[in-house]
Design a protein around this ligand. Structure first.
Ligand code: CNA
Length: 245
């Protein structure tokens, strides 16, 4: 179903509880490549996502993942949140947005000021030793990722893996995320192809209207959902203006 800006602004004005599910497409304008967009990792194959985030492959040859992680951590250090990240932080500050549920691992929602962020695929901001489970906070983890070919634990020399959810690992916070989705009367999907399950099924839990803002194809979208097929930033810039933000 197609929709105009005023209709979306009206939905936001009238909504009591809003939540969003974001994907890699919200961060492309910041300079972080997505997976399935035109310049995504599945297209450029700069890093093969199937190898980079496969837990069995990681256990056989962690150096492939750490080459990606070095580049990713350096990139995340440099980039700034997009207009859409900041729009969502402002909606939360105004008491309109319950939570951001994100599939992203880049920490840009927190950098933009969002407080309640449910990271269903984890993040690069924490890590654990695979052997002794010692926890590493971001600064320590970053230093290891940037200076060691394979990040090693100070206690037992085990491999320290950032807490990113790999293919073959359990997603995090799904119970909380589905509860949040169920309590909303307006649910946005922003910058996600909705391909990676179970996160991709979260809009199905939404208590009210679902609005998908994604440039490009979305898997298994319901005909009931409103669909905006354009880049997120110019769209939310217009919506913010309509809302006087
Ligand atoms: P995806 O499958 O790559 O889909 C992204 C979607 O966003 C595509 O349909 C794009 O066409 C679309 N898109 C790209 N730019 C924009 C834009 N400016 N405005 C609107 N839409 C845009 O990524 P998903 O998030 O759906 O897939 C889930 C994976 C990707 C998760 O496991 C993530 O961890 C993983 N990922 C995360 C990051 C990150 O943290 N920034 C980067 C790359 C991949």
């Amino acid at each position: 179903m197609k929709v105009d800006d005023e209709a979306v602004a009206g939905l936001i004005r009238r909504a009591g509880r809003i939540a969003v599910l974001t994907g890699a497409g919200i961060s492309t304008a910041a300079g972080i490549p997505d997976f399935r967009g035109p310049r995504g990792l599945y297209v450029t194959r700069q890093y093969d996502p199937e190898k980079t985030f496969d837990i069995d492959y990681f256990d056989r040859d962690p150096s492939y993942f750490f080459a990606f992680a070095r580049d990713f951590v350096q990139l995340v250090e440099q980039v700034q949140p997009t207009l859409t990240h900041r729009f969502l932080a402002m909606l939360e500050e105004r008491g309109k947005l319950d939570a951001v549920i994100t599939q992203n691992i880049d920490g840009l929602h927190q950098k933009a000021g969002s407080k309640r962020v449910i990271e269903v695929h984890g993040s690069v901001r924490n890590g654990h030793c695979r052997k002794c489970r010692r926890a590493y906070a971001y600064e320590e983890l970053k230093a290891k990722v940037l200076s060691q070919e394979i990040a090693r634990c100070d206690s037992c020399s085990g491999i320290v893996k950032p807490d990113i959810v790999f293919f073959g690992e359990a997603v995090q916070g799904m119970a909380e995320a589905s509860r949040v989705a169920g309590q909303t009367d307006l649910f946005f999907v922003i910058g996600s192809s909705l391909t990676v399950h179970p996160a991709a099924s979260l809009p199905e839990y939404a208590g009210g209207q679902v609005v998908v803002v994604n440039q490009g194809l979305v898997e298994s979208a319901s005909p009931e959902w409103l669909r905006i097929d354009e880049p997120a930033d110019p769209f939310f810039a217009r919506i913010a203006a309509k809302l006087g933000m």
